[in-house]
Design a protein around this ligand. Structure first.
Ligand code: 6PG
Length: 239
């Protein structure tokens, strides 16, 4: 675990999601106040769904300046937006359809296209959004697989060792399917990188990452930004 890593262990899932939601709210206000917009990269999988639903409740929804929030995705499965596997589709149902964010602020990875084409288009969209400036996201939400993957950077896959592209197609042997994923050179530039992991099933891999490992999640090393781990007691129990 790097020296500038913050660890917060929450007593249960409710506290984990509330902590993440407050962090999202605070960053959205800070960044829109500073520069007029807030860029947030959402993670996929199951863990963050409850967070997205919480952000859509009146407790948070009315406080977040959605018209100035831009949502991106750290990775996507190569499926259409209506597919139950779609990371975008999950966030659309849990959050986007409920908060009135302008359609132009939702930057979806086009999973219905081939991985290389979707990756290339997404990289172009990111570059166009940031213009001449370096693509530095304000917030990147990250999940953790029990094999140590994050985003769709799985062990021993080509995108994990990509050093130039910002977004890459990635064939994942264990699923026999393609993914589209942001790469380490892109996400490690972000200002705030926040892992969320919960449940006893993640405790062993969390311990390995914190002790130093070759897991993809261990290669998340912000260049100038802040790294925060949000765990529940179950996921943190071996630390
Ligand atoms: C994905 C995610 C992936 C996820 C981990 C953890 O597309 O699946 O981006 O990196 O965060 O696999 O997933 P769970 O939260 O479902 O355990």
């Amino acid at each position: 675990m790097g020296k500038s890593t913050e660890l917060r262990v929450c007593k249960d899932l409710d506290e984990l999601n509330a902590t993440a939601a407050v962090l999202f709210l605070e960053l959205s206000l800070e960044k829109t106040g500073e520069k007029g917009f807030f860029t947030a990269v959402l993670s996929g999988g199951k863990t963050p769904e409850a967070l997205y639903k919480l952000l859509a409740t009146p407790q948070f929804k009315v406080k977040i300046p959605w018209e100035k929030v831009h949502l991106f995705w750290g990775d996507e499965r190569c499926v259409g937006p209506d597919d139950p596997e779609s990371n975008y589709g999950m966030a659309e149902k849990a959050l986007i359809s409920k908060v009135g964010i302008p359609a132009g602020n939702v930057h979806r990875i086009k999973g219905e296209l081939s991985a290389p084409v979707a990756a290339s288009l997404y990289e172009d969209e990111i570059k166009a959004f940031f213009g001449k400036g370096e693509p530095v996201f304000d917030l990147v939400m990250l999940g953790l697989g029990d094999d140590g993957h994050t985003l769709s950077l799985f062990p021993a896959t080509t995108a994990l060792v990509e050093t130039k592209r910002l977004v890459a197609g990635n064939f994942v042997e264990k699923f026999g399917s393609w993914r589209v994923t942001m790469t380490l050179p892109l996400v490690n530039r972000a200002s705030n990188l926040v892992f969320m992991a919960a449940g006893a099933g993640k405790s062993a891999v969390v311990k390995e990452v914190f002790e130093g490992s070759d897991h993809p999640a261990d290669r998340i090393r912000p260049i100038n930004g802040r790294l925060v781990w949000l765990l529940d007691t179950e996921a943190a129990k071996l630390l």
